[in-house]
Design a binder for this molecule. Structure first.
Ligand SMILES: [Zn+2]
Length: 83
């Protein structure tokens, strides 16, 4: 499978969306530069991670109820460290 570069991210790091590292179960994460992956600062690896709030049938409704911001921005404009 060819890796694809991520072009956008959510404005908060993955842990804000209940995503965990699938390797160490940690939440010390950033969005990876690769699409569909996260970067784990503890494992120092790009990894798929867990689905977090995006695992449910109505994730956006749940996110809205919990007031989790789903705004997106360009990857290069990440408002937090990505690596
Ligand atoms: Zn990890």
């Amino acid at each position: 499978m060819k890796k694809k570069k991520r072009t956008w991210i959510y404005i908060l790091p993955p842990a804000a969306y209940d995503i965990e590292c699938d390797r160490c179960k940690g939440s010390n994460l950033a969005w990876s530069e690769w699409a569909h992956k996260i970067w784990c600062f503890d494992c120092e690896k790009d990894t798929p991670g867990t689905d977090g709030i995006f695992d449910g049938p109505i994730p956006y409704e749940v996110a809205k109820m919990r007031k989790i911001p789903l705004e997106q921005t360009e990857y290069s404009m990440a408002p937090y460290p990505t690596k």
